[in-house]
Write a protein that binds this ligand. Structure first.
Ligand SMILES: C[S@@+](CC[C@H](N)C(=O)[O-])C[C@H]1O[C@@H](n2cnc3c(N)ncnc32)[C@H](O)[C@@H]1O
Length: 155
């Protein structure tokens, strides 16, 4: 099972888009508070379209609360990773794969990047560029995992 984890997302349009991608791929969404918007936000609803109700979403008060219950492989998605996301093996569909993304304004906390530095995965970018859009990175990483899993359950 694939899981997308958003650490303190700020921008409702991003979370709406990510929710739509998760609903379309039967991926669980995990949201770590505080969120930078209300879950009723019209931008989130508009970006997520009518799909929000189809989503399997869980909320946490802290990243520790999420980590305590996570049972599977953890992948922290950050431009500071030394490993490339496409070189990892996500093919085992019996396993839980948790893809953890940082907030739009500040990324993942430094102590998490330090603690899990072997689990940090980067998406290649030009060296002069700051970062990619959060919703785009979720789509890239999630669809790489799903591709390796043979698009199981999707048509
Ligand atoms: C807009 S970025 C945050 C930028 C922030 N200044 C930082 O230092 O990470 C939001 C999230 O998108 C993901 N992201 C953006 N570009 C990435 C890249 N090249 N490689 C891996 N993750 C990336 C990461 O999860 C990041 O925490």
């Amino acid at each position: 099972m694939n899981h997308i984890v958003l650490f303190q997302p700020d921008i409702p349009q991003n979370t709406g888009n990510i929710g739509r991608t998760c609903a379309a791929t039967k991926t669980k969404l995990h949201l770590i508070k505080p969120l930078g918007f209300e879950i009723t936000d019209k931008h989130l609803k508009r970006a997520g379209m009518d799909y929000w109700y189809q989503l399997d979403v869980t909320y946490y008060d802290s990243i520790e609360e999420f980590l305590e219950q996570a049972d599977g492989m953890l992948y922290f998605i950050s431009k500071f990773g030394e490993n490339y996301y496409h070189e990892e093996d996500y093919s085992n569909t019996e396993e839980n794969h948790y893809f953890i993304f940082g907030k739009e304004t500040a990324g993942l906390p430094d102590y998490i990047k330090e603690k899990y530095k072997d689990r940090l995965m980067r998406i290649p970018m030009h060296k002069d560029f700051r970062s990619l859009n959060l919703a785009n990175t979720v789509a890239m990483v999630l669809y790489e995992a799903i591709r390796q899993q043979g698009f199981k359950g999707l048509i």
